[in-house]
Design a protein around this ligand. Structure first.
Ligand code: NAI
Ligand code: 15L
Length: 277
């Protein structure tokens, strides 16, 4: 297909909203979002500059209920990537990932928006061992406040599907950064092209109900079995095998019996709440 043909093809949505536009994935995904909709509304609490062609920019704190309702007005689907993306103290996580998530789904329900793709995380399952093979039917075992907040997001979206028929695909994203430099990053790596295609499938697959999918490329030694999201027909094409020669001896891990080596959550276990005498 030529570029011209691709440009004239009908896009699946008139307007989509992407939250978290100022972040790592927001900046990397931005050029790819135009394939999904005529208008891409980009939102974040942090300033990220002016709108480009086919874009709208909204500055909005997810914890501000009225602002979230305004941010969602007129959109057909949402890619929800905004929020605290790592293990920190509870208050900011509660602000963005708990209150923010409730505000978003209240707005989605009120405005009749039918589909959300939620950037969940592998840290919903971070207390499984690195020797376990995890799938979407297994109970969540988060590795800290951040992982707990993502389990909350998955559960809230489940409620909105069961009660109100609002569809959500929760993506348990692995390590989505340009390069892997430790063994854990290599096992959990998600290439950007694979993520773009996963987003497309999550948006256009006709009936997704409430789905949990694992976002990881075709890496050697994967910890996650994604068969329950097989109907999305997403087959990752990238692989972190390309980084194998950069991984230091020992995998960039501490000693074999360290918690960050034993559990899938890796370094997040050390960043999380600890007893302080
Ligand atoms: P990031 O931290 O770079 O971006 C998150 C964005 O959310 C930031 O621009 C931040 O300003 C915004 N944000 C934070 N609090 C907010 C609030 N109260 N109101 C509005 N916006 C707020 O994170 P990144 O790497 O871009 O990840 C995006 C999403 O994907 C996050 O939800 C993260 O939890 C999830 N994820 C990312 C992974 C990765 O490897 N990059 C892995 C697993 C999940
Ligand atoms: C996440 O959930 C984070 O948002 C991301 O920055 C990475 O650190 C990733 O998990 C990981 O597990 O490495």
């Amino acid at each position: 297909m030529s570029d011209n043909q691709a440009e004239t093809m009908t896009k699946p949505f008139q307007r989509i909203l992407f939250t978290g536009a100022a972040g790592n994935l927001g900046r990397r995904l931005r050029p790819h979002l135009h394939a999904f909709a005529d208008v891409v509304r980009l939102a974040d609490v942090a300033d990220f500059g002016p709108a480009g062609p086919g874009e709208e920019v909204v500055l909005c704190d997810l914890a501000d209920r009225d602002a979230v309702l305004r941010m969602c007005e007129g959109v057909d689907a949402i890619l929800h990537f905004g929020g605290v993306s790592t293990e920190v103290e509870w208050e900011p996580i509660m602000h963005a990932n708990i209150h923010g998530m409730v505000n978003l789904y209240e707005a989605v329900h009120k405005l009749g928006i039918r589909r959300v793709v939620f950037a969940s995380s592998n840290h919903t399952m971070g207390m499984y061992r690195t020797t376990d093979l995890v799938d979407a039917t297994m109970p969540p075992r988060p590795d800290g406040y951040y992982g707990v907040s993502k389990v909350f997001g998955e559960t809230l979206s489940r409620f909105y599907w069961d009660r109100f028929g609002i569809e959500t695909v929760c993506l348990r994203i692995g390590y989505c950064w340009p390069e892997a430099t430790t063994y854990r990053q290599m096992v959990t790596w998600l290439g950007l092209d694979d993520l773009v295609e996963l987003l497309r499938r999550s948006l256009v697959t006709p009936r997704v109900g409430h789905t949990i999918a694992f976002g990881t490329s075709a890496n050697p030694g994967r910890w996650w079995d994604d068969r329950h999201a097989g109907f999305l027909c997403w087959t990752p094409k990238q692989s972190a095998a390309q980084f194998a020669d950069r991984i230091p001896e020992g995998g960039g891990y501490p000693a074999a019996d360290d918690v960050t080596t034993l559990y899938q959550g890796g370094p997040f276990l050390e960043m999380g709440p600890k007893y302080k005498p």
